[in-house]
Each structure stands twice: as structure tokens, then as C-alpha cells.
Design a protein around this ligand. Structure first.
Ligand code: ATP
Length: 301
């Protein structure tokens, strides 16, 4: 009779011990002093002097000691530039975004925003100037309007119209039975992948970022969505600087500069035309892509 209850009792004691350890660690974390904020507040408007908005200068970074992920990475993003980052899986593309967003700081080198080392910037203000469009474009259960405005609920209706036009959503809004007040379904199920991406772009633009980071979906977009994305990127670069982790050459060709990242190193930088003339790896990617497009019955211009 005793074995069962005693076993349960010992098990419960173990669980309580683990729980109290976790509570102790939570209390410890809560008592940490707040993170010191940088003293420089980046302005909403760009400074006249600097033509470069963001610059990586010999940035080195490792998640774990002894396993470097980025080696002396350098590139520049002009104030209205569109930079595409391309490279194989694991090259460090998302890590570049994580460093720009300051989820981590470099182990060596510097990242400058408007001429200031980002470590000296007020983190909250700096982050508010950066928009992020993720690959999977998460959607809320609600209307299209809810999904556009949740980050900026008091958005000016004119601004809302502006970002809808910029992100290429006007046709969708016209087509939907209740326009902006049409429910988008569970996780945006009523929208296509391309449409969800446009909603995510419009949502990010509503916060008036000075730099937009866009992680292009790696999976296929249909031909229309692919061309629409390219046109959208061309329009966006007039509004803010853009860095796109690019998976399709349709959009890469629209970039003012392409950064080729391989095994954490920038192996080439330049326009499409420059890389076609100077970088064998890039030429290889292009010919692979052209074959792939032909198989889909698409051209890439
Ligand atoms: P993909 O195209 O597949 O998304 P990527 O070019 O974006 O790849 P990263 O995600 O930046 O590459 O990863 C670069 C390297 O860093 C990889 O070796 C990855 O395993 C490693 N890595 C990424 N995130 C972490 C992390 N949080 N902790 C440890 N290592 C990580």
C-alpha cells in the first residue's frame, strides 16, 4: 500500500525542488539592473551630411566562442539604397539582420547607423526606425485593417492609404467584399502568400522606418507575386533604405548593390552587371536560376 504513494511523494518533492530553483532564477533575473541605453538618439529625419545610412565595418561575430559565423564583413547601405544579400543556407544572412536589430553586438568591427556606432544609440529609438518583414509574415485573426494597423493603431488614414498603394495592396483592397474590413481568416488563410507578404510590408511601412529589412520567402511565389514584389521593392527604395535577404534573382536584379555572403565572408559586392562580369559564383547562380525559370515557363525580366 505504501510503495505507490511514497513513489509519488518523492516525485513531487523533485518537481517542487526544480520549481523553486526556477523561481529563484526568475527572481535573480528580475533583480538585474536595467540595460544601459545608449546616449545618442537617432533622428527620424536623415542627417544631410551622410549619404550612407548603414555601414558594416569589418564585423566579426560568433554565437559561441571559437565558432565564428561572420568574418570581417563590410558593406554599405546608401540612404535610399536597395541592398540584396544572397548566399547559401548557413552563410550568415539572418545573423546580419540579428546584428542590425541589435539582438547581438559584434565581437569585432563596427556597425554604423547615420554615422553613429549602433552601440551608442538609444536602443528603443533605434529599433523604432527599423522595420522587419519576416519570411512567414505572421497574421492576426481579424480584418485586413486590424492586420495593417496593429503596430500603429492611431495611424493617419492618409498614411494607411499611402502604404497600401506603396506595398501594392490597392487591388486586393478593392477586390475584397468589405475592403479593409474583410476578415482575413485564421492566420490570414484567406490571403495568398504574396498578399500576406504585401500586408506585412505595408504594416512595417506604417511605422515610417528609415531602414526596412525584408527576409524574402524562400518558397515559390507565383509569377505575378514575384513580379509584384519586384515592383514593390523598386517603389520602396524611394521611401527608405532596404536590405533584402534575396532568394530569387527577379528581385536581386532590382537591387542597387548585391552582397554575396558565403561561409560568413563577403566574397563579392556590386550590381548585377558587375557581378556577371566578375564573379563566377554569381554567374553560376544566375544560370541555375535561368534554367529553373525556364522550367517554370517564366522569364526573369
Ligand atoms: P538560411 O538561409 O538557412 O536562413 P543564413 O545564411 O541566414 O541561413 P544564419 O541563420 O545566419 O545563416 O546562420 C549562420 C550560422 O550560424 C549557421 O551555421 C547557424 O547554424 C549558426 N547559428 C544561427 N543562429 C544561431 C544561434 N542562435 N546559436 C548558435 N548558432 C547559430
Amino acid at each position: 500500500y505504501l510503495t505507490g504513494p511514497l513513489g509519488s511523494l518523492f516525485e513531487a518533492v523533485g518537481v517542487i525542488r526544480q520549481g523553486s530553483g526556477a523561481v529563484h532564477r526568475i527572481n535573480e533575473a528580475l533583480s538585474w539592473p536595467p540595460e544601459r541605453e545608449g546616449e545618442v538618439v537617432p533622428p527620424q529625419e536623415p542627417s544631410r551630411e551622410s549619404r550612407t545610412l548603414l555601414e558594416f565595418q569589418d564585423v566579426r561575430f560568433a554565437y559561441e566562442p571559437g565558432r565564428p559565423v561572420l568574418h570581417d564583413v563590410s558593406f554599405e547601405v546608401p540612404r535610399h539604397g536597395h541592398v540584396a544579400i544572397i548566399g547559401p543556407s548557413g552563410a550568415g544572412k539572418s545573423t546580419v539582420f540579428a546584428l542590425i536589430e541589435r539582438f547581438y553586438d559584434p565581437d569585432g568591427g563596427r556597425i554604423l547607423f547615420d554615422g553613429h556606432d549602433v552601440r551608442r544609440l538609444d536602443r528603443g529609438r533605434y529599433r523604432s526606425l527599423i522595420g522587419l518583414v519576416e519570411q512567414d509574415c505572421p497574421m492576426l485573426y481579424g480584418t485586413l485593417r486590424d492586420n495593417l494597423a496593429y503596430a500603429v493603431p492611431d495611424a493617419d488614414p492618409e498614411d494607411l492609404d499611402g502604404v497600401i498603394a506603396l506595398s501594392g495592396l490597392s487591388d486586393l483592397v478593392e477586390r475584397l467584399p468589405e475592403g479593409l474590413d474583410t476578415p482575413v481568416g485564421e492566420r490570414g488563410a484567406a490571403l495568398s502568400g504574396g498578399e500576406r507578404q504585401r500586408v506585412a510590408i505595408a504594416r512595417a511601412l506604417l511605422a515610417k522606418p528609415r531602414l526596412l529589412l525584408l527576409d524574402e520567402p524562400a518558397s515559390h511565389l507565383d509569377a505575378d507575386s514575384e513580379m509584384a514584389l519586384r515592383r514593390t521593392l523598386l517603389r520602396l527604395s524611394r521611401e527608405c533604405a532596404l536590405i533584402v535577404i534575396a532568394h530569387r534573382l527577379t528581385t536581386v536584379r532590382a537591387a542597387s548593390s548585391i552582397v554575396v555572403l558565403r561561409e560568413g565572408r563577403v566574397t563579392a559586392t556590386g550590381t548585377h552587371e558587375h557581378l556577371m562580369g566578375h564573379d563566377a559564383y554569381y554567374r553560376g547562380l544566375v544560370s541555375e536560376w535561368l534554367g529553373h525559370q525556364r522550367a517554370r515557363g517564366m522569364s526573369w525580366t
